[in-house]
Design a protein. Sequence first.
Length: 261
Amino acid sequence: MPKQIVTHRDAISYTVGRMTLAGGLTAFVTLLFLLSDLGTDPNALVPVGTVAHSSLLIAVGVSTLVSGALSYRSAILMRQLTLTRAELARISRTDPLTGLLNRRGFDDAAAPLLAQAAAAGQRVVALMCDIDRFKAINDRYGHDTGDRVLSRIGDILRDFAEANDMLIARHGGEEFAGLMIGVSDEEATRCALALCKLCSTEVAGADVAVPVTMSFGLAAHLPGGDLAALMRRADQALYRAKDLGRNCVVQIDRMEAVAAC
């Protein structure tokens, strides 16, 4: 297990240790070569060419060995650092309860998708949904049950998204967000309606089955609009679904088209 380097003093101590190791190794190898080529008699006469040859071998051999060992160790440390950074980046973009992307992860993933869809001339529809009366669930059954509800809904959304090539994320609290690429309004509404039916379920609480439903809002990406504007419009559709009694799907571009689960 390598020593952890936390303070400036640790860094100095580590450097001194490596320098001592390199110096000791150089001295040891040099001594071996001298004993091998020159013998143990300090007064012995030796050809200059032999000394030069031995010196060259010692210099090349030791420097190659030491630099190779240090380079290998540096490569291992750089690999560990790269993997650690990648894991930290993944954690920073993932919701720990549901395993879905969090809002930051969603924004990072959605922006390039919008750009690619625009370049390919594909239609994009955003989805916003949340769990109906989630506060009442927490108040009545407790936060542990509320967490189980969130986890179960997260599983349903993830499985559906993977099967239907959707981007899905927990946007915050009991609210979730998604993007559908290359779909018409009718196809997007059918997908949201299917999700709405899947999310109309029961989740096992401490000693009771908790009924759960969700409301969904849809909005199509408009030319010249950005991701924030798109999600605001989808959120408006979600609020409209709440006003209409929950457990339904509303497409903001076609407010008259409301699909009940």
